[in-house]
Structure formats: C-alpha cells, structure tokens
Design a binder for this molecule. Structure first.
Ligand SMILES: NC(=O)c1ccc[n+]([C@@H]2O[C@H](COP(=O)([O-])OP(=O)(O)OC[C@H]3O[C@@H](n4cnc5c(N)ncnc54)[C@H](OP(=O)(O)O)[C@@H]3O)[C@@H](O)[C@H]2O)c1
Length: 336
C-alpha cells in the first residue's frame, strides 16, 4: 500500500544562523518498495552539527544537500514492508534517510540493531551510533589516549563530548576536564559523567579557566569547538601532547573570517601533534567500538542523555536549538 508521508526539505542556504524559513515541510506519496528495498517508518531522526556544513553550497569532505529535496541524516525506524528476506517486518534498523517520517531504502544501506531496556532504539543515533564511534575513534585512535593522561574535552555535555569524557575515565585517564555552555551542563558532566572538573566557557577566558581546571597541563585535547578553545588548549598543552581535532562548531555559522589560534608557534616548541579526523574514514573500527562500548552501555558504566523534540515539523527548530546549545546529550527528533 503506498503511504503518504512528510519530509523536510532545505529550501534556502542559511546565511549565518539557520532560520526556520530555510526549511519546508513537504508531503509526499511513496510507492511500494521494490525487491531489495524496505519501507521504514522512522521512530527518531538525528540532527547533527555536520549538517550545517552540508547546507552550504560547498563540497568539503561530503557533498552539500540539494535544495528542494529531502536531506539525509541518521534515522532509526521500523521495517513496515520488506522487499528483502533478511529484514523481517517490525525489525528495527538504522539508516541514513533521516529528516522524514517514512523512507524507502535499499536493504544494503540498512543495519539491524538490538533494542533492549538499556539500549533503546535511539541509542543507535547517539552513544552506540556515529557520535559514540566518533568519540571512540578520536580519543583512542587519533589522540592515542594513555593511562595517566590529563584529558580536556570541549563540548563536554554534547553527544560526542559526553562519551569522550567517560571513555577517558574508563580507559585510564588520570584527570578529565570539560567545558560546556551552561552551569547545568557543568553539573551534568561532573556529577553524572564523572568528569573531575568542568567550567562554563561564558564565565571568563577559556585559557584562565582551563589553567585552574588542569593546573599541571593537558596531555590530550579533544576539540569539538575550535577558536578560543583550541588556542587555550595549545597554551595548556604539555610537551608532546596529542590533539584530536573533531569539530570547530564555534565557527559553523560564521559569515566572516574566523578567529584562529594565535599561538600556533607553540605547536613546534612543545612538539604537539594535532590530528584532524572524520569518523567515516575508519569504518573498520566500528566492530571494536561495538565490542568495547556496547557492554559498557548495557551495564551502565557509560551513561547517556537525550534531548528529544517531538514531531518531524519541529526538526528545523531542533537543529537550530542544537547549534545554540539547547541540548544535553544527543539532540533527537521523535517522528513516530
Ligand atoms: N570529525 C567527525 O567525524 C565528527 C563526527 C561527529 C561530530 N563531529 C563534531 O563534533 C562536535 C560535537 O558534535 P555533537 O554531535 O556531539 O554535537 P553536540 O555537542 O551534541 O551539540 C552541539 C553543541 O555545540 C556547542 N556549541 C555551539 N556553539 C558553540 C560555541 N560557539 N562555542 C562552544 N560550544 C558551542 C553547544 O553546547 P554548549 O552549550 O556547550 O555551547 C551544543 O550543544 C561538532 O563540532 C561536530 O561537528 C565531528
């Protein structure tokens, strides 16, 4: 039976901060899935910072979104009609046709997930999905965390940052320090996630607050923010410190030149390693990530929060709110 469904299209490329009028809610009739395809009813969709880059017309490591077409992004849903015997109806699957209520997807582009009380379907968009894998790859494989390290994480209360801090603890860091944008987030990372210290970056210069939180310096910096945070981390770095450069969200809505670290000379004198990475470059690490992290989540050694907005029509609002810091943990939109 063909279904009528709704999806969000990008209709204008945002200038600076995205506006609701950059998006449109579009109704559409979907055909029946063909052999090898699945009709999936999405339960939840993910809104992620990288999508801001895809909204510009410029290709970076990934193609930009087309205007007047459904956007892509991670989603978790239930198979309603199956054209592939390996995916029974009612199977819960993760795929990349987000920003819509239903999708017809090739079975080859879908991954079944194991839903339990400890690992709800939405966990596969956050702690057990791309953000969790990003934290794991960046901290353990790019920064090369070692026992006894002092680790600094920016964006500490977010989807990636919150997992970085907990992995650092579990993998033997001596001290874990975070920064976030509100007092509530600072409490969350210190009381619930086990960070040793944290600060609100609005409370004063990042360099001053970092010097108090990590007085002996930093061995590893996991950068989600860029700009002033990166400059402060270079200043606080010990000799031979390692940085995983994951994102630079402080500049994603910038319309002019971004302020960069003014102390790049210290990279030489301190013999620092700064390593940018994109999680999709290392798909072979997904297996060890699930082996290591899924049990820790199931046993409660790694915890996570979600900020959930109800209704596909509110997805643009959720996305804009996430860029402004409206989320604790993973920002999601419940679509069903
Ligand atoms: N390299 C990769 O493969 C990869 C993969 C996934 C994500 N990322 C990057 O990782 C970072 C975190 O992503 P996420 O999915 O976990 O998002 P998130 O942290 O859950 O949400 C974004 C957060 O960014 C913070 N933020 C916004 N503007 C800021 C500013 N000017 N200064 C400091 N913080 C600001 C806000 O928190 P506050 O309230 O704390 O400001 C907001 O909640 C992003 O930079 C993203 O692009 C990279």
């Amino acid at each position: 039976m063909p279904v009528t469904t709704r999806e969000i299209h990008l209709v204008a490329r945002p200038e600076g901060e995205p506006k609701p009028s950059d998006f449109a809610l579009v109704e559409r009739r979907l055909p029946d899935p063909r052999d090898g395809e699945l009709l999936v009813r999405n339960l939840a969709i993910s809104v992620d910072p990288y999508m801001r880059g895809k909204m510009t017309g410029i290709r970076t490591y990934t193609d930009p979104y087309d205007l007047h077409a459904p956007m892509e992004g991670a989603a978790v849903g239930v198979v309603e009609t199956s054209g592939d015997a390996s995916f029974p109806e009612n199977a819960v699957v993760v795929h990349n046709a987000g920003w819509r209520e239903h999708a017809i997807v090739p079975a080859a582009g879908v991954r079944p997930v194991n839903v339990t009380d400890a690992t709800p379907a939405t966990a596969y968009l956050g702690v057990l999905g791309m953000p969790g894998l990003t934290a794991y790859v960046g901290l353990l494989h790019k920064a090369g965390l070692r026992e006894g390290d002092t680790v600094f994480v920016s964006g500490a209360a977010g989807a990636v940052g919150g997992i970085v801090g907990q992995l650092a603890r579990l993998w033997g860091a001596e001290r874990v320090v975070g920064s976030a944008g509100t007092a509530e987030k600072v409490r969350y990372v210190t009381r619930e996630l086990g960070f040793d210290a944290a600060f609100d970056y609005h409370d004063g210069p990042v360099a001053d607050q970092l010097a108090k939180a990590a007085p002996d310096g930093v061995d590893v910096y996991f950068d989600n923010v860029g700009g002033e945070h990166l400059e402060a981390a270079i200043g606080a770095a010990k000799d031979f410190a390692r940085f995983a450069l994951c994102g630079a969200i402080s500049g994603y809505n910038a319309t002019g030149p971004r302020s960069g670290p003014r102390n790049l000379g210290l990279i030489v004198t301190k013999r620092l390693t700064l390593r940018g990475f994109i999680v999709s470059d290392d798909p072979e690490l997904a297996g060890e990530f699930h082996r290591d992290v899924a049990p820790a989540v199931a046993e409660g050694r790694i915890t996570f929060r979600e900020t959930v907005v109800d209704g596909l029509e509110r997805a643009p609002e959720a996305f804009i709110s996430m860029l402004r810091g409206g989320n604790i943990g993973k920002m999601l939109v419940r679509t069903s």
